[in-house]
Design a protein. Structure first.
Length: 214
């Protein structure tokens, strides 16, 4: 039995308030379509938005400039080679639409522990030996939810996202949860679906028993 209320019955986007970042709490939340989004103004809120953003891999839109950049790149891509550095890069990234970061030290510690448990994962992009971009997220029982990304070079975050989606698609996954629709993700073809549709999709995907990170 989940320690969280059924998100289908939630009034609004917030499902619960409070609790902790214990690995069991986080794993339980993600497996039920719920994620934390900390802020300084209230106890820890747990979300399952009424409208959820997803990226279907068969609907990814690649501008011609990005296709050219992908073909010409000399960057190297990897999976799970530098999780701690990726989440720190996401925490340190400057975002014009945000005042500060929600990836506080306790968040970094919690997701780093999830990575050590084989639940949180990262994709990285390198220029020689320098990490220039990355994305991390959570395996929610055979589905995948992206949490945050960063880049130090133009197109680095988009190209590492494509590397991750190729990795997931090769293992049978057809979509990923991106939680909230941003202009950056919308430009790549991400879309909004309602909460019930998302939860049905999550359950059906989990029932397939995919092993996303061998």
């Amino acid at each position: 039995m989940s320690r969280f209320p059924d998100p289908r019955r939630a009034r609004g986007d917030i499902v619960a308030i409070g609790t902790d970042y214990h690995p069991e709490t986080l794993i339980d939340a993600y497996r039920h379509g719920i994620f934390p989004w900390p802020n300084d103004e209230m106890p820890l809120p747990w979300f399952c938005p009424e409208e959820r953003a997803i990226l279907r891999f068969d609907s990814i839109h690649l501008p011609r400039s990005l296709v050219r950049a992908r073909k010409r790149t000399h960057w190297r891509f990897s999976i799970d080679q530098a999780f701690d550095a990726v989440i720190r890069g996401c925490s340190d990234a400057s975002r014009p639409d945000q005042d500060g970061t929600w990836i506080y030290p306790e968040v970094v510690a919690a997701y780093s522990e999830l990575h050590r448990l084989g639940v949180a994962h990262s994709a990285e992009v390198w220029e020689d030996d320098e990490l220039i971009g990355g994305i991390y997220g959570v395996d929610s029982g055979g589905a995948f939810g992206g949490e945050s990304m960063f880049h130090l070079r133009p197109n680095a975050s988009k190209l590492v996202l494509l590397h991750l989606t190729d990795h997931l698609a090769a293992r049978g996954l057809e979509w990923m949860d991106i939680q909230v629709l941003t202009p950056h993700m919308e430009s790549l073809g991400a879309e909004l679906i309602d909460r019930d549709d998302f939860l049905d999709r999550l359950r059906d995907t989990q029932n397939r028993g995919l092993n996303l990170f061998l």
